[in-house]
Design a binder for this molecule. Structure first.
Ligand code: FES
Length: 65
C-alpha cells in the first residue's frame, strides 16, 4: 500500500535521482531549503546548478552503461 507521506528516491536510467516527496536540503553553506513534489538531483556531476539536475547529462555519456 502506498504511503502518501513517504519520500522516495528513484534512480532514473541515464539520468538524475528523482526525489518525490518533501525533503530538507542543506547546502554546503548550511542554508536549509524545503523542496516539495519532485526534485531531480544530479548524479552525473555535470550540472551547472548542483545539486540539482539541469539536463546537462543528456549531452554526455557519463551515465550510460
Ligand atoms: S544528472 Fe542531469 S545534469 Fe547531472
Amino acid at each position: 500500500m502506498e504511503n502518501k507521506n513517504e519520500t522516495t528516491v528513484t534512480v532514473l536510467e541515464n539520468g538524475p535521482l528523482l526525489v518525490s516527496g518533501t525533503i530538507k536540503l542543506i547546502g554546503k553553506d548550511g542554508k536549509e531549503e524545503i523542496k516539495e513534489g519532485n526534485t531531480a538531483l544530479c548524479r552525473c556531476g555535470l550540472s551547472k546548478n548542483k545539486p540539482f539536475c539541469d539536463g546537462e547529462h543528456r549531452n554526455s555519456d557519463v551515465l550510460k552503461s
